[in-house]
Structures are given as structure tokens and as C-alpha cells.
Design a protein around this ligand. Structure first.
Ligand SMILES: [Zn+2]
Length: 454
């Protein structure tokens, strides 16, 4: 079926285009970009709206696989559906060292059943490590385990994973040898490495160096994960200079960031190991519990200790980052948007359902970024990092993954108490030339395919 999207204002930073042009879609691709009005089976009038490449989320945490071997599909719980409602058409999961399931098999499930968005994955270091028998996160892997990890990683990369992700913070037992021996597997395959680094706040420089020196030694592209929650405690200006220095000396490093001033992690995570209050200069009350009987409540010493002991898996939100630092990060030309969306049973941080529209509501409409810059951070930058010429672009021949939104109305509505609320102002999302979402309602939640890097 041929679809014509006419009268819209096309913004495509990959191709340096900001112009009134019509798009003709057919067989899953953009087949014409023109000032004419070619005939079509379906015509979408985008008068007054922005037409942009579908958003690419470079950093998120994929849905769980149920006991029936299928992806979470509940409208209120499935994170890929949250992604779709906020204009995302391709999402990269497997971040921070974590996979929900064997990634190669996960991609096969996406191909078999379809997903709400196109799904790409990194192989998570912690997943690989556990699969190879090392379950103690505080101790280094043995030589034999490292060898097994490299072999499993090879298999996952050859099945289409985009690289390896580390959650060094969550697996502090990892040492330089383990980092090097796993990252090295990416070199001949032209993949990249991403990391939630070992530490944050005042310790961010040493933690950043540990990761980036490995990338530099192996000449691998590096993605620095969620910089806002790592250096957003007064270090941002200095840390952006630190990253820029690596870049200017030859390392291909870029960063992602989500547009919120609070982070989210499980209450049992190493983030809250002894010393965390000194690190963030705060008390227990900066933590809000997202699940269970204390949902919505701020921590006291008693709640903190009870939850950490009885429900280490419960997600929390931690209100500690500095606004000026997060804003500075998102204005930096080398920082792209990454939602870091993560959900347990429909609960968690609103970034999973609000990050992309929020960038337009809070940054573009408040004058912190231009519309063009914001779209660049949501499309061309992440697609370039992933090496996907057909995504993040509306050029003739590109995949027909498209978002159409009202720049004056696009806004997030998800909150810390209702984290899956759909945004407003997004009129259409197309995946592969078909309508996946219209005005907040999912029309077809199975259009997404596995995206493999081979
Ligand atoms: Zn992380």
C-alpha cells in the first residue's frame, strides 16, 4: 500500500533537511521525497505538524520474557509499548550489563512474534558472566571463566548483538583483564562497547578513565551511558571536558542522557551499598520506593533496611541530580537522548514513557535546545552510533519508520506515581510504512522486527 504524508514540515538532521516536503511510502520504505503530490492509497495530512524519522532509543532495558516464552504484551506493563507511544521506532536494549534473556534467542522471539518497536540488543556483560557460572558480583572472573565468557560473547555478537554493555557499578568484581578480554571480542566484528561505569559523583573521573582507556587501547567506539546520573552532582562541566579530551585525541566516544533530575535503580543494587549517602551528600529521604507496600513513599532508615533485605528487586527513584548539570549534558553536542527506560510489572521511572516527548516539552519549548537539535539527538545521533544507515533518516530508500507530532503540543505525562501514562501531541508513528500508533492509541503493536548488526 502506498502512503502519502503531505503538507508536513520535514526535519531530518542526518540529511541536514528542514523543509516542507511530502513523503511517499511503499513496501516498508520511503520511496519518494518530493514537493509534488503523487497518488497513493492512503493520504495523511500533516499540516502544522513535524514529520521526523522515528526516534531511536540508544539506551533502554527490554521487556521480560514470560513463562510462555513470549514478550510482555500488556498495554500498561510492556516497555516496548511505552516506547512506541512516545515516538520510538527502534530501541537498543541489553544495557548496563543486563539482559532479560539470552539475547540471540530474544531477537528470534521478536522476529517470530513481532514487537511494538524494532528491537536491537547489546550482549550484557553480567548476563554473559552469570551464564558462564560466575555468580559473585564482587569477585573477578577466573581465567577459565573469562575464556568461556569470550566464547559466549562471540556467539551473541555473531547472532546480531551490537556490542557488549557493562554495568561495572553493578558487578564491581570486574577487573581490567576481564574488561579487556571481553571487549576485545568486539574488535574484529566492528561492534561497540557501552558502560554504566564503576562510580559516580566525585569518583566519576577515575571510573570514566577505567572504561575509556580500555576503548582507547582496543580502538573501539565507546558509548558512555546515562551521563546525567553519573556526573550530574556538580561535575558535569568538568566531565564533559574530560570526554571531549578523549574525543579530540582520537577516541570515538559519545554519551547518552535522559531528561530527568532523578535516577532509578533496584533497592538491592550496589548503588546503595554503604557510603552512598556520603557520596551524594544526602539522607534516606531522597529515595522513593516504586513497588510493594511502600510504593510512593520516601525512605526512612527502617524502610530502606527492610526493603533492601526483603525486596532487593524493588525499583526505586532517587532524587539527587542537579538540574543545571543534566541540562548542560543535554545541550552538549556529543550527548544524545537515551531513555534508560526500565520497568518491573508496569512500575518504575517515568523516563520509560516520557523521555522523548519531555525533551521537546522541557528543552525545546523552554528554549534550551532548538527543535532541529532535539530531533538530531533522537534520530541521527543514535542511528549513527549504531551504524544503521536506514534508520534515523527519511532519505529515499530509508526504512519508513516515522514520527509525526505537533511541536507545540508534544509533552510527556508519565509521572513517578503513574509511570506509563502516554504522552500527548504525537499524531502518528509509522513502523515499516504501517501505522503503529495514532494519537496515543496503539493500532498495531507487532510491527517491530529484530534489528541485527552482522
Ligand atoms: Zn545503568
Amino acid at each position: 500500500m502506498k502512503t502519502l504524508i503531505k503538507n508536513g514540515f520535514l526535519i531530518d538532521p542526518r540529511n541536514r533537511v528542514q523543509a516542507r516536503l511530502n513523503l511517499l511510502l511503499n513496501n516498508g520504505r520511503v520511496v519518494a521525497v518530493t514537493q509534488d503530490e503523487p497518488t497513493a492509497d492512503r493520504v495523511i495530512d500533516a499540516t502544522g505538524l513535524v514529520v521526523a524519522p522515528g526516534f531511536v532509543d540508544i539506551h533502554m532495558h527490554e521487556d521480560f520474557v514470560g513463562e510462555d516464552g513470549r514478550l510482555e504484551n500488556d498495554d500498561k506493563k510492556a516497555i516496548f509499548k511505552c516506547m512506541l507511544r512516545m515516538g520510538v521506532t527502534t530501541a537498543l536494549g541489553g544495557e548496563c550489563g543486563i539482559n532479560r534473556y539470552d539475547p540471540a534467542r530474544y531477537l528470534d522471539i521478536v522476529d517470530r512474534d513481532g514487537a511494538a518497536v524494532n528491537v536491537a540488543l547489546l550482549a550484557g556483560h553480567a548476563f554473559i558472566r552469570e551464564a558462564c557460572g560466575h555468580t559473585d558480583k564482587y569477585t573477578p572472573a577466573t581465567a577459565e571463566e573469562r575464556k568461556a565468557m569470550a566464547q559466549l560473547l562471540e556467539k551473541e555478537l555473531d547472532a546480531g548483538c551490537f556490542g557488549i554493555s557493562y554495568g561495572i557499578r553493578y558487578t564491581p568484581g570486574i577487573d581490567r583483564t576481564e574488561l579487556l578480554e571481553t571487549a576485545r571480542v568486539c574488535v574484529p566484528r566492528h561492534k561497540f562497547i557501552a558502560s554504566h561505569v564503576r562510580d559516580d559523583a566525585a569518583e566519576i573521573f577515575a571510573a570514566g578513565r577505567e572504561f575509556l582507556d580500555v576503548a582507547r587501547e582496543l580502538k573501539l567506539p565507546a558509548q558512555f551511558s546515562h551521563i546525567g546520573s553519573m556526573a550530574g552532582f556538580g561535575q558535569m562541566e568538568a566531565f564533559l571536558s574530560f570526554i571531549a579530551e578523549y574525543r579530540m585525541n582520537g577516541l570515538d566516544v559519545a554519551c547518552d542522557c535522559y531528561p530527568y533530575y532523578a535516577f532509578s535503580t533496584a533497592i538491592g543494587a550496589t548503588t546503595y551499598d554503604d557510603g552512598w549517602m556520603e557520596r551524594y551528600h544526602c539522607g534516606y529521604d531522597v529515595i522513593e520506593i516504586c513497588e510493594g507496600k511502600y510504593k510512593g513513599q520516601r525512605c526512612t532508615k527502617t524502610i530502606f533496611e527492610e526493603e533492601r533485605r526483603d525486596h532487593p528487586e524493588h525499583l526505586t527513584v532517587c532524587y539527587v541530580m542537579q538540574e543545571a548539570d543534566v541540562d548542560r549534558a543535554l545541550r552538549d553536542p556529543n550527548v544524545m537522548l537515551g531513555s534508560d527506560g526500565i520497568m518491573n510489572n508496569g512500575q518504575g521511572h517515568p523516563r520509560a514513557a516520557g523521555s522523548f516527548p519531555r525533551l521537546f516539552a522541557e528543552f525545546v519549548r523552554k528554549g534550551k535546545l532548538s527543535l532541529y537539535e532535539a530531533i538530531q539527538k533522537c534520530t541521527a545521533m543514535p542511528a549513527d552510533r549504531m551504524g544503521l544507515p536506514g534508520k534515523g533518516s527519511l532519505q529515499a530508500g530509508a526504512d519508513a519508520d516515522i514520527v509525526i507530532f505537533d511541536p507545540d503540543a508534544i509533552a510527556d505525562r508519565a509521572t513517578f506515581s503513574e509511570p506509563t501514562l502516554a504522552p500527548t501531541g504525537i499524531e502518528y508513528v509509522f513502523i515499516g510504512g504501517d501505522i503503529a500508533m495514532q494519537r496515543g492509541e496503539i493500532i498495531n503493536g507487532r510491527l517491530g522486527k529484530a534489528v541485527r548488526k552482522l
